[in-house]
Design a protein around this ligand. Structure first.
Ligand code: PEP
Length: 253
């Protein structure tokens, strides 16, 4: 049985009070409304990680994740946050390779491979983002693009290490644009990703890897996306900033 996961990427939004209100609302609603087989993850900006983690700690199946970490453990890297720091705050997950990090911060496949390694060394589960841009989709190159992202940043892992990785397929043209992938497009890519994993690590590992869909997922379209055989949940941007929407998406399972 694969883990069903709904993760919220808050990006660079919310002040201290807003973050605490949102996290408390999500924790309370999750307790009252969510089935226990859905894992919920909130990924706030790093400055809020500690306070948000303090709110979710007692709740069942609600976790906190970082949005990024350095590929180094410590040192003279002003402004960076390390995997050992996240671990020391009891953080369980970390988003790596989000398309905004790849685009604006020029994160490379090699850097991401190092971030994946240091995350796993520090008991953080990477939520590894992959996905093609619009021109690549239009040229029919989406499978090739995603294969390269997985090959270069993840497929050096042992099967045992890989078991701790969550994949998030996020077509870049669907992120924050309101343009959601059709359920057929999502299913086709998720199935292709699972095949890539099977070819590298075998069918058993592939069948137990959670592959999330991300890109303009909302309460109104989550049910159809989550009904796809190979879609195991979602990575939610904009809609994770509203507790009602985030919980309704998670309830769409
Ligand atoms: C994201 O940033 O990971 C994302 C999926 O954003 P949105 O849901 O807003 O498209």
């Amino acid at each position: 049985m694969r883990k069903k996961i709904v993760a919220g990427n808050w990006k660079m939004n919310l002040d201290k009070e807003q973050a605490q209100i949102l996290a408390s609302e999500v924790v309370n609603m999750a307790k009252d409304e969510l089935p226990t087989d859905v894992t919920l993850i909130m990924c706030p900006p790093s400055i809020h990680l500690s306070s948000v983690n303090g709110l979710v700690a007692p709740a069942n199946n609600v976790f906190v994740g970082g949005q990024n970490c350095s590929d180094k453990a410590s040192g003279a890297f002003t402004g960076e946050i390390s995997a050992p720091m996240l671990q020391s705050y009891g953080i369980e997950y970390v988003i790596l390779g989000h398309s905004e990090r790849r685009e604006y911060f020029k994160e490379t496949h090699q850097e991401l491979a190092a971030k994946v390694d240091i995350s796993l060394e520090n008991n953080l589960k990477p939520i590894f983002c992959c996905g093609e841009v619009l021109e690549e989709r239009e040229a029919g190159k989406q499978d090739e693009v995603v294969k390269k992202q997985l090959d270069e940043s993840l497929f050096h892992l042992t099967a045992e290490q890989f078991a701790n990785v969550v994949i998030a397929y996020e077509p870049v043209w669907a992120i924050g644009t309101g343009k959601v992938a059709t359920s057929e497009q999502a299913q086709a890519m998720h199935k292709a990703i699972r095949k890539m994993i099977a070819e590298k690590y075998g069918e058993e590992v592939a069948q137990s890897t959670s592959i999330l869909y991300g890109g303009s997922c909302k309460p109104g379209n989550a049910k159809e996306l989550f009904a796809c055989e190979d879609v195991d949940g979602g990575l939610i941007g904009g809609a994770s900033l509203k507790s009602r929407d985030f919980i309704d998406i998670a309830k769409a399972y």
